[in-house]
Design a protein around this ligand. Structure first.
Ligand code: AMP
Length: 184
């Protein structure tokens, strides 16, 4: 097994994610190695395997709704929700949601970002599976998980397609459990 094929659901799924990813240097700014997962999303059988893999990991009966982080998290969240027969809730960047929101602001490498969710997005105790494409420093994930809980949801699980281990997102998330199909 190489570093490219390690993940929490085994080497086969890790290899599928690795095979669907293109590394883009210096995007969106110099020094960043951007992990472009669009080829994975565009490959029907591969996309289905990763969506099914996330559902299998958590168990279809373990969550009531799926929350996805803008924007690539929406793609994964909607597919999981459809396959599991549950709904999907978007966690959006500031100013996009039309009704009353809860907000969480967090530090980026340079500056800060704000995520929002509708205040009435979840019913009390609703079990929420949170998904995104990439876990990097963990700021986005930490803010999202806090927002879901502030809105009354209970975190049923947190999955990403890819984790960039050198940025130590898992450590930032403390006691939260992270499920990553591929860890690089
Ligand atoms: P972070 O808050 O640092 O964990 O960043 C995670 C969010 O930023 C996710 O929503 C990712 O889509 C995006 N992201 C951060 N770094 C990268 C990267 N190197 N390649 C692709 N997406 C990234």
């Amino acid at each position: 097994m190489t570093d490219e094929t390690q993940g929490d659901s085994g080497p086969e799924l890790a290899a599928i994610v690795a095979g669907g990813t293109v590394d883009v240097h210096d995007f969106p700014k110099p020094g960043i190695l951007f992990k472009d997962l669009m080829p994975l999303f565009a490959d029907g059988p591969a996309f289905r395997r990763v969506v099914d893999g996330i559902i299998e990991h958590h168990g279809v009966a373990s969550f009531d709704v799926v929350a996805g982080v803008e924007a690539r998290g929406f793609v994964v969240a909607a597919a999981i929700a459809y396959a599991a027969g549950v709904g999907v809730v978007p966690v959006r960047k500031a100013g996009k949601l039309p009704r009353e929101v809860l907000s969480a602001t967090y530090e980026l490498e340079y500056g800060e970002a704000t995520l929002e969710v509708h205040r009435d997005a979840f019913f009390a105790g609703q079990r929420v599976l949170v998904v995104d494409d990439v876990l990097a420093t963990g700021g986005t994930a930490a803010a999202t998980l806090d927002l879901v809980e502030q809105a009354g949801g209970v975190i049923a699980g947190f999955s990403v397609l890819m984790e960039l281990a050198f940025l130590k997102g898992r450590e930032r998330l403390g006691s939260r459990t992270v499920h990553a199909l591929l860890t690089v």
